[in-house]
Design a protein around this ligand. Structure first.
Ligand SMILES: [Zn+2]
Length: 262
């Protein structure tokens, strides 16, 4: 891993527009279960019940949705950023991050210290709730507390519209602004670093291809092989946290050397 992390650190120094693409692997290393994996909540609930259309049309589905979502949120609420999140936040502080495009809904990039304008959330954010009619935003903890007391599907206090966690459900359209922004930043990047994603879910999966086609270097850090490994300039099969920690240490060393050489 030594030479590889050294190389990534050097590329980070040499690049101007660095895009990090974060997948579920980052969240699992913070103790948040991958909900789609065996033993995840999908084994105990029927995904059919959670299609957006059913949430809109059926009170029973809404209740089931909130039950399942409450279970997921429990692990998200308790989670802390791991060394990979912290390394990405540090890259921003060093002026070495154009943005992080994330498939995760746990908001751990913010907890780690990344700023709002540097994080593009492709699948929404589970730490708040929005009204599907008027768009009013609520704190998730407040709504969870209300749900715990009333055992009823929460409604908007302003317009009585349906409240739903601000994540993208099955059958719900991808957020237009975020998706466009993510494509755009990918195509403008000169270094594209994938961390903890198997790169199989679209549209996310096509972003590394767009970056590569536009001339960016492509780095993939993932425990398992991905369909893009052959196209990448460098692949590290490893855990996100320890790998990113090592890259950051190398980056700091090299920055220090270049400062002294001046
Ligand atoms: Zn409303």
């Amino acid at each position: 891993m030594d030479d590889s992390t050294e190389k990534v650190a050097q590329w980070i120094i040499d690049s101007q527009r660095i895009v990090v693409f974060a997948g579920a692997g980052l969240s699992t290393e913070s103790g948040i279960p991958d909900f789609r994996s065996p033993g995840g909540v999908w084994d105990r609930y029927d995904p059919e019940d959670f299609y957006y259309q059913n949430f809109i049309s059926s009170e029973t589905s809404r209740l089931k949705y909130w039950q399942m979502s409450t279970e997921m949120y429990e692990s998200i609420r308790k989670a802390e950023p791991n060394p990979a999140h912290l390394a990405i936040a540090e890259m921003e502080k060093l002026g070495k991050l154009d943005c992080v495009i994330t498939q995760n809904v746990d908001a751990l990039h913010f907890k780690a210290g990344n700023s709002e304008e540097r994080v593009i959330e492709l699948h929404g954010n589970a730490t708040y709730v929005t009204c599907l009619s008027c768009g009013k935003r609520y704190d998730r903890d407040e709504i969870q507390e209300q749900l715990r007391k009333t055992r009823k599907v929460p409604l908007c206090e302003g317009c009585s519209g349906l409240l739903k966690p601000a994540t993208i459900s099955f059958g719900q359209a991808m957020p237009v602004r975020e998706t466009e922004e993510a494509y755009n930043r990918s195509s403008l990047s000169d270094l594209f670093i994938v961390i903890g994603s198997s790169l199989v879910v679209e549209p996310a999966a096509s972003m590394p291809r767009i970056a590569k086609r536009s001339g960016a270097k492509l780095v993939i850090i993932n425990r398992d092989p991905t369909p893009y490994d052959d196209a990448a300039d460098l692949v590290i099969h490893g855990e996100a946290g320890p790998t990113m920690k090592e890259i950051l240490e190398k980056l700091r060393e090299q920055l220090k050397k270049s400062e002294m050489g001046r």
